[in-house]
Design a protein around this ligand. Sequence first.
Ligand code: UD1
Length: 430
Amino acid sequence: MEKYIIKGGNPLVGEVEIGGAKNAALAILAASAMTDETVSIDNMPDVRDTNVLLQAMESIGVIVDRVGRHAVKINASQVRNHTIENEYIKKIRASYYLIGALLGKYRHAQVVLPGGCDIGLRPIDQHIKGFTALGANVTIEHGIINAYADKLIGSHIYLDVVSVGATINIMMAAVMADGQTIIENAAKEPHVVDLANFLNSMGANVKGAGTDVIRIKGVEKLHGSEYTIIPDQIEAGTFMVAAAATHGDVTVKNVIPKHLESISAKLVEMGCQIQESDDAVRVVASKRLTATHVKTLPYPGFPTDMQPQITVALGLASGISIVTESIFENRFRYVDSMIRMGANIKVEGSSAIIDGVEKYSGAEISAPDLRAGAALVIAGLIAEGFTSVDDIKYIERGYEDFHIKLGALGAQIERVDAEREAQKFRLKFA
Ligand code: UD1
């Protein structure tokens, strides 16, 4: 089984290029199926989640032409049916974006219930509430969601919780509905805005994305478009925290610094220097980090997808930090591995109380989910000795060439799929 093997101790130094946003790509790829004309998408990350989604789209007749590693042309004029049964699709959360996209275009969608990272209960009641308000009939039977509508009619929808997925799904279902839809208490994440921009580039009329009220005037149809996906906020944040944790000096390039402000602000509180330019952020950490408190919140708050990474960094900071997770209830599963590496962290309810230690020591650990997996790799980079991180399939769902990018910054890390290769690595860096 593939794993990363890491010899800790090297500071990360240099420049790293950030790819397109996975979570924006998933929404935009699904939305590409909403026109019969060809759509060209650029800056697409080459990660497992986007590849699985594309396979699922191909399974219903969408033509996917990969014109490059990060560019794809999509044509959905030959869609044969609206049922997504593809085995793989259960593994990714964003499979449910095909409900909004297919319902919006064809008034019918049948999709296997989504999976995704096991980070807590992930209900979809707000998605269903939105579809129903637009006039769809939604049932769940045998693990399959079936949504159909004779007609979709614009509606006023107030979300009970700020949900990225529900905001995106309702937006897609509403763009070709009759009349106006208003989504209140909408999510404001950069990928919500990116999807709105993409839909508008296809002829939709979506206003207010990025605020908590989104107004959508239904249009008759959407047309082809050429679109470049925004940079990945979380990939960028992960490298920023890795730079800080390793006491490095890294310039994270091809980013939108505004999207990273909540992360930059925390790193400054922790004693790092941050320099922003138009499309890059440099993180310099010359001394031991200091403790701070973090609470995850919907955008523009501190992202839940950065919670494990910052916790790993705070585990070595001087003083006591409290990290509170307010979005998902099961997002501290990696803490057990941290404790095995020598961290002093106690989880109480939705908070982790972290008493910073002087050092971590390498251990054999497993990635419990995507972001926690990346965080444990960072832990390996700052631990004494060797760390092996198993189950990297989770990490590869959302990070392209993670070990290669880290290696280029000076990390001693390799992806191995046999114990013999792991041994070789240990000998090389002994
Ligand atoms: C998306 C991101 C994920 C990120 C999360 C929060 C994608 C593919 N995934 O996930 O990486 O961690 O946003 O920024 O973009 N909720 C309900 N009912 C619903 C929907 C959600 O109660 O119908 C709750 C969830 O349990 C959670 C909160 O709302 O507590 C936020 O979830 P949501 O924003 O929907 O997350 P996802 O879209 O699943």
